[in-house]
Design a protein around this ligand. Structure first.
Ligand SMILES: *Cc1c(COP(=O)(O)O)cnc(C)c1O
Length: 443
């Protein structure tokens, strides 16, 4: 890092600018604020999902098995854990399988479904078809669909959000246009086009694609821009996942309290998905849940923003990083200005990762548990190791008096995408994963 960057950002932790994988502890953690008056309430999203379940069941064949509920399994991964961290002291490791979320195939389904549902409810209400208590299945009526078909969803995306919004919107009868950044994968563009979704390619990064999409949508009253950097509707859709996890932990006989802490590891791009989920979990479990984000060493935008103070935007470019990573969905240079301030007191810390680690872990996970996730969704798998065995992690456990209860801890690793990855791309990912895994026995 140059002298000037050190001068300008004295609080940037050592090693970040050098792209070293590390664990950073958030000095602002613990102050609270998530229950303050006027704080966004995930119950709004939970209620919307509930009243729209019958509609979703009718419209999306993939949602028939769950009667219109958008849910993913919670699965123990004991074989992977034994491979990485043998012994009782590491607690129980569980994978939250958002890679298997129906329709969108990634965590984006949560925020995307919520925002699109809120929009179609609004259009249906304005058109006179909906009252508060009307059965939402009326939105699938051909007359309403004809109205919805005059509206277009627009979104900027490196891939998964576009895929999610596009497929959800198309299912409900809306048109969709996805503004994609230069690093978006070719197979995602093809998949969108196959579903009749317009893809506009931009030469810049993710933020540039978002800005271009926003500007075009502003000029058209029938176009609705899904704003990943500012949307409260997306945020609340993600936050609703917390209650789902609470029910699943209960069913698995895993309490969350002072004797049984919950650790959650969430891959972070702009921050909406992990921020929303952690926000929801904090409202349910308070100080007994410990949330860590994971970011690529080239794109640690939330770490940089929180470490350097949230008063002014600070991007990964500002501190000399290039935001180039293979981790789809995580190549984001600047954290969401909606989410970063909320994370200031709720987030325990951030750990960073790079290609050899997460390609290797995706491969190890499949070898040990027969679960396929996309490489960016495997990034959280190093979380428990950072917390349990790094000096920073141990300092965290000491500070919060957790050392003696860790054998009873639940570690939930959030897997965020994978089921839509085509087989030939999976094969490429696997080959790379097996190469790095064999050249570096469990890192
Ligand atoms: C989008 C995405 C994330 C992170 O979500 P943000 O809201 O951008 O922080 C994580 N993993 C995958 C696979 C994603 O597509």
């Amino acid at each position: 890092m140059s002298e000037t960057q050190t001068d300008r950002y004295p609080d940037l932790p050592e090693g970040v600018a050098q792209r070293q994988p590390l664990l950073w502890l958030n000095p602002g953690y613990g102050a609270g604020g998530h229950r303050a008056a006027g704080a966004p309430d995930p119950a709004v999203a939970e209620a919307r999902f509930a009243r729209c379940a019958a509609l979703l069941e009718d419209v999306f064949p993939e949602l028939q098995a769950s009667v219109g509920r958008l849910e993913s399994p919670l699965t123990a991964i004991p074989h992977f854990k034994d491979l990485i961290f043998p012994g009782e002291s590491a607690g129980t490791w569980l994978l939250k399988r958002d890679d298997a979320l129906p329709v969108a195939g990634s965590v984006k389904a949560r925020g995307g479904f919520h925002e699109v549902l809120s929009l179609v409810e609004q259009i249906g209400t304005e058109a006179g078809f909906l009252q508060d208590d009307t059965d939402r299945r009326v939105l699938a009526d051909p007359r309403v669909r004809a109205i919805l078909g005059r509206h277009t969803l627009a979104v900027g995306s490196t891939g998964n959000l576009g895929l999610g919004i596009g497929l959800i919107g198309a299912g409900l009868g809306l048109r969709a246009v996805v503004h994609m950044s230069a690093d978006a994968k070719e197979w995602k563009k093809q998949r969108l086009r196959k579903h009749g979704i317009d893809v506009v390619e931009h030469s810049g990064d993710y933020a540039a694609a978002v800005a271009a999409g926003r500007a075009i949508a502003q000029a058209d009253p029938m176009m609705h821009f899904i704003d990943d950097e500012h949307s409260e509707a997306l945020f609340l859709g993600y936050a609703a996942a917390a209650h789902e996890l609470q029910v699943q932990l209960r069913a698995a006989g895993r309490p969350v309290d002072a004797e049984h802490p919950l650790f959650v590891y969430l891959p972070c791009g702009v921050g909406g998905a992990p921020g929303g989920i952690l926000y929801g979990l904090k409202r349910l479990f308070g100080r007994h849940v410990h949330g860590f984000f994971v970011e690529p060493t080239a794109s640690p935008c939330m770490l940089v923003q929180l470490a350097c103070g949230v008063q002014h935007p600070v991007s990964v470019y500002d501190v000399g990083l290039d935001n180039r990573t293979e981790a789809d969905g995580l190549a984001v240079g600047l954290a969401s200005p909606l989410v970063a301030p909320l994370m200031k007191s709720l987030l325990s810390g951030v750990f960073t990762t790079d290609e050899p680690i997460f390609y290797g872990d995706a491969w190890r996970l499949e070898a040990a548990e027969s679960i396929y996730v996309e490489p960016s969704a495997a990034t959280g798998l190093r979380g428990p190791t950072w917390v349990l065995s790094s000096p920073m992690g141990q300092a965290y456990l000491r500070r919060h008096g957790l050392e003696t209860v860790m054998s009873r801890a639940s570690h939930v690793i959030w897997s965020t995408g994978g089921s839509l990855v085509p087989e030939d791309i999976r094969r490429e990912f696997r080959e790379r994963g097996s190469r790095v895994a064999s050249s570096s026995a469990a890192e």
